[in-house]
Design a protein around this ligand. Sequence first.
Ligand code: NAD
Length: 354
Amino acid sequence: MKNFQFESLPGRVLFGAGTLTEVSAELQALGARKALVIATADLAELAREVGALLGDLCAGIHAQAVQHIPYETVTEALSRVQSLDVDSLVAVGGGSSIGLAKAIALETSLPILAIPTTYAGSEMTPIWGITQNGVKKTGKNLIVKPKSVIYDSKLTVTLPVRLSVTSGMNAIAHCAEGLYAENANPIISLLAEDGIRALRASLPQICSNPNDEDARSEAQYGTWLGGTVLGSVGMALHHKLCHVLGGSYNLPHAETHTVVLPYAIWYNAGHAPEAMKALARALGSDVSDVAGSIYDLLKSMDAPTSLAEIGMKEKDLDAAAKLATQNPYYNPRPIDEKSIRQLLEYAYNGQRPV
Ligand code: NAD
């Protein structure tokens, strides 16, 4: 076995259908007494429900989070935090709600209780991101990692099927890249493989029946593992491409992860044999056709498979390839602009990777 380092990150998880009812006790266990509940505008009603469960512990609702955390939304939320003099943040929703809470925590060190309702996995990571003047700055700081997470699968039943699938593929992408991370280790690889297995099994069931509580629960379990992988080891080409495509061409986060994944895996396949074996086991696919089997899975769930269909312009492919190869970063297969341009073209056209 190769030498490795392993560091477990602090945090508490409450998992299971109906666990939202524990929110008040969970907040008090953090020593908090006065929380601001944060959500996106379309989850305002859920935020109010959480506020009602918190009762006197809720100082206010701030349902104004938006994707990619524009700087202006952070300053607005910070003034709300100051005027209400809160001692904690309760983030309800996906990566956007949790991301706004993290941006506030970065400034204030307030503890976060996260109640995720998508499969993005931000709740398990110390990674924050803020967009200013069109540029998304990201960083890592343990202070922003939620102190406590409530995974209540009942809250995910309203997540539309298309978003469930694409968000679930986002979680699979965290697991897949964790398997060939520069600092991969056997503990995180176990989590990654089981995360892929759980999501591979549950996402098609959610497509057939979005109200399937067991499938929702299993997808959330895979999400937890995916978030843990993302928070624990480094990511590679796939995440870099998605960061460039989302940040510079404003492509939707989860859909971009969905479309790019088969191509990133195809690109790396010959350079990460152990990761491909784990992926094949978890996906139930042939080890020589892991990328193709992810593509087939997407097709079977009516998920997007080309960058063209999610808003990428062909004229931007050259610049995207340049941006994605500008700063050297770890990837099992070396990166060069010509090869990445070719990968992006395949992904743009949506042809099955072989
Ligand atoms: P999101 O939070 O933007 O949610 C997408 C939409 O779905 C929103 O309109 C939201 O209100 C709605 N929604 C969420 N849950 C719902 C539910 N249960 N029912 C109905 N509607 C629901 O999307 P996301 O994919 O979860 O997060 C994307 C953002 O998170 C990106 O900005 C990404 O960069 C960030 N992210 C950060 C990390 C990290 O570790 N820091 C990890 C993953 C993603």
